[in-house]
Design a protein around this ligand. Structure first.
Ligand code: 5GP
Length: 117
């Protein structure tokens, strides 16, 4: 199912793109949660982590090498950053086109908020 990310990848919708190659596209999140917040997205429409296949491994590997490159380009490689992939409802996924969040530029704190009792 095409999502808004497919249109961004195809440049049919505007975005602040920071990287694109034959396998992945990276662009600034429209609602950044930190000074650096980039989405790294496969050009292929893969809905969620649960839809990933063995044949997709080159794409998944590229997402990490592009994360490293973009983090270096944007000056947060030394201070560090977090990579987040949300999956489906409990994971908090809103856009059903697989994507990796690259977040940094400030101290990010705990990995997860404590569960509210
Ligand atoms: P998720 O919650 O699915 O892991 O993350 C989806 C992310 O996509 C959110 O952080 C949201 O701000 C971002 N987003 C949603 N629509 C757009 C858009 O049209 N353009 C950009 N650049 N980011 C978007």
């Amino acid at each position: 199912m095409p999502t808004i990310f497919s249109k961004i990848i195809a440049k049919e919708l505007p975005s602040e793109m920071v990287y694109q190659d034959d396998l992945v596209t990276a662009f600034k999140d429209i609602n950044p949660l930190a000074p650096v917040h980039i989405l790294i997205v496969p050009n292929k429409e893969i809905a969620t982590v649960d839809d990933v296949e063995v044949d997709d491994e080159p794409i998944l590997g590229r997402m990490f090498t592009v994360a490293k490159k973009v983090a270096r380009d944007l000056g947060i490689a030394e201070s560090g950053y977090r990579l987040i992939v949300n999956c489906k409802q409990d994971g908090g996924q809103e856009v059903y086109h697989l994507h990796m969040h690259l977040v940094g530029g400030r101290r990010l704190g705990r990995m997860l908020a404590k569960k509210e009792d």
